[in-house]
Each structure stands twice: as structure tokens, then as C-alpha cells.
Design a protein around this ligand. Structure first.
Ligand code: ATP
Length: 346
């Protein structure tokens, strides 16, 4: 069993707080993704779990054991980093063997374990090559094979796909998830790419400025955001966030008028996702600012007052810029947030 608990973890760098009072329960076999903008504390959190960084306060528990005072090399975790360096003079076979030697796994088991790990990432035919004779994606897969060869209690992956091109990233994503499901190893994965987070995670932890904003399944994070930070971070394009005034069951803002629950009053922010807006309908009046056909849908930007509202329109939608347009909102999919950004629950 390798569940992980972070209990009130703090990491300060001088007077700067990198991670603030973080508590998190990661289940055995779970695939947990830490997601957030640059500098939010993802890597620091990961490095504390690995033992490469010492927390200023709090407790880290892996597999029921407090590991704060245990060295990185004695924690049973395997790490894969962005651009993870393979030894250039060793064959892929010997690169994958390296952790087995380090861990003093009996030599008669090496060949079987190396070949199994290589097969898992479809590198069985490349074991004799040196890293220089592999493509970027193959090298990244070799790094993965090296991490999984000895079945650690925990995998830690820090943006392992970020130096690969889009197509390779997509195929590696599927392979990583498949491998994690096969091996059933608790995994913590750091990324700032929301598609990676949504597709890989059992649960996502959204961080900002060292503080957890929300923990939930990808569906919960997308359809039930806790605050404007999460709402505006997830989705492509993200949720439209429109400040205005609510009174007597009506929300008003420049060019916008929609019904709202009577419990929502005062200065609030309306949230509506681009796919929950339709052309025609009369909740928003504005001007066409931009039309971007992509093949399967058309991105439409509507200007109302000084603001731009993003809409996912039908694939055949076209309109000249600067023409008046009316937009309707799916009223069952409106979100309201208070002035401090917290979601107003009905
Ligand atoms: P990125 O996506 O850019 O890698 P991140 O979310 O992983 O960002 P961290 O690397 O965890 O961010 O850093 C969190 C914050 O702590 C940042 O503001 C960073 O500048 C700061 N920080 C990290 N390491 C140190 C250090 N050794 N000394 C001082 N500040 C640090």
C-alpha cells in the first residue's frame, strides 16, 4: 500500500512562501495531477515528496510511514523529469538496468525486468542503441522504462512530456496512463497543461501561489469550479467571467441581462462557458470582433463594452467583423461568484 499524506506542509524560501499549509490525501494506486501556472509551487511539492527538498513545516507520510527524515534515495519513489538525462555512453538496455544495480536487485532478474519495462513502452527493438540514436519521444520512453523497471511504491513525474511535439505528447499521454493502470503504482504528475491534467488524472489539484484552490475529479473541476481562479484556468478558451450587478433576480452588466437566483445580489461575477453560449437568444448584445473557423467548430469573439466574450459557434458560422450580434446563454449553466472570487452556491 502506498498512499501519500501531506499534513500541513509548508515550504519557505527565506521570507517567500513557496507552498502554504498544504494538506492532501493521495490514495493508493491513484493518479494525481498537480496543475497550476508557473511558480505556483507544483515542483516544490513534488520535490518534497521525493525528498529532494525539506519542508519547513508539516509531515509527509508515504505508505503509512513518516518520511520527513528519510533520504531521497531511501524513499521508494521513482522520478521522471522533463528532458530526463539518459547516460549517453550506455545502451538503452544498460540505462534501464541502472536503477536495478543501484538498488542491488539480484542480477539473474535483470534481463527479465529490463525487457518487460522496454516492452511496456514499445522499445523492445531498441535496447542495443545509444540514446543519441533515438528520437526525442523514444528517449522519453526510455526514461519512463528506467523509472518503472523496479516497480517503486510511487512514481513522481514532473512535466515529462513538455519537450515533445504535440502529436508525440498525445500518444505518450495514452501510454503513460495505460502503464500506470497496468502497474497500479500511485502517481503524482506535475503539469501546467490542462489537457494533460484532464486526460490523465483520477483527481486534479489546482494550485495558485502555493495554495490549493480546489481538489476534484476532472469532471468536478470543470463543471463545479470553486472560484474564479479555477473557472478561468480550466477550459479552452476558459469560462467567460463578466463582472456586474445582481438585484431582484436579474444580473445586469454592459450589454448583458440575464435572470439569476434571488439569493445572488450586489456586485458579482457571472461565469458562462463558451460552449454554453449560442448565436441568437438575446442575453448579450455586442459586436462581432473575430471569427476563427477551425474545421469542427468556429471560435467567435464578441465585444460588449470593453470586454471580449468567447463563444464556440457552429462549424459553419460566419459573420463579418463589427456587425451587431445577439448571444443567448444556457440559463441552466450560469455560475455566479462573489466579489472575492468565491463561488456563490444556490
Ligand atoms: P513551473 O511550472 O514554472 O515549474 P512550479 O509551480 O513548479 O512552476 P515551483 O518550482 O514549485 O513552481 O516554485 C514555487 C515558487 O517558489 C516560485 O515562485 C519559485 O520562484 C520559488 N522557489 C522555488 N525554489 C526556490 C529556491 N530554491 N529559492 C527561492 N525561491 C524558490
Amino acid at each position: 500500500m502506498a498512499s501519500i499524506q501531506l499534513n500541513n506542509i509548508v515550504k519557505r524560501f527565506g521570507s517567500f512562501v513557496g507552498v502554504e499549509n498544504m494538506s492532501l490525501d493521495i490514495a493508493d494506486e491513484e493518479f494525481l495531477v498537480l496543475l497550476g501556472p508557473s511558480g505556483c509551487g507544483k515542483t516544490t511539492t513534488m520535490r518534497m515528496i521525493a525528498g529532494l527538498e525539506h519542508p519547513t513545516g508539516g509531515q509527509i507520510v508515504i505508505g503509512g510511514e513518516v518520511v520527513n527524515e528519510i533520504d531521497a534515495r531511501d524513499r521508494d519513489v521513482a522520478m521522471v523529469f522533463q528532458g530526463y538525462a539518459l547516460y549517453p555512453n550506455m545502451s538503452i538496455y544498460d540505462n534501464i538496468r541502472f536503477p536495478l544495480r543501484m538498488r542491488k536487485v539480484p542480477a539473474d532478474q535483470h534481463d527479465r525486468l529490463i525487457r518487460r519495462a522496454a516492452e511496456m513502452v514499445e522499445l523492445g527493438a531498441f535496447l542495443d542503441r545509444k540514446p543519441g540514436a533515438l528520437s526525442g519521444g523514444q528517449r522519453q520512453r526510455a526514461a519512463l522504462a528506467r523509472a518503472v523497471v523496479r516497480e517503486p511504491q510511487v512514481f513522481l513525474m514532473d512535466e515529462p512530456l513538455s519537450n515533445l511535439d504535440a502529436k508525440l505528447r498525445a500518444s505518450m499521454r495514452v501510454q503513460i496512463k495505460h502503464m500506470q493502470r497496468q502497474l497500479k503504482v500511485t502517481t503524482v504528475y506535475v503539469t501546467h497543461d490542462q489537457i494533460e491534467a484532464m486526460t490523465l488524472a483520477d483527481r486534479i489539484v489546482i494550485m495558485n501561489r502555493g495554495i490549493i484552490q480546489q481538489v476534484g475529479t476532472p469532471d468536478e473541476i470543470y463543471s463545479d469550479p470553486a472560484n474564479t481562479f479555477v473557472a478561468g484556468f480550466i477550459g479552452s478558451p476558459p469560462m467567460n467571467l463578466l463582472a456586474g450587478e445582481a438585484r431582484d433576480g436579474i444580473f445586469r452588466s454592459e450589454g448583458i441581462e440575464v435572470p439569476c437566483p434571488r439569493t445572488v445580489t450586489g456586485s458579482v461575477t457571472l461565469g458562462i462557458r463558451p460552449e454554453d453560449c449560442t448565436v441568437g437568444g438575446g442575453h448579450l448584445q455586442g459586436m462581432v470582433y473575430g471569427v476563427e473557423p477551425t474545421g469542427d467548430i468556429t471560435y467567435l469573439t464578441v465585444q460588449t463594452g470593453k470586454r471580449a466574450v468567447e463563444i464556440k459557434a457552429a462549424r459553419d458560422f460566419r459573420a463579418p467583423i463589427d456587425t451587431p450580434i445577439s448571444i443567448g446563454f444556457d440559463l441552466s449553466r450560469l455560475y455566479f461568484f462573489s466579489e472575492n472570487g468565491e463561488r456563490i452556491r444556490r
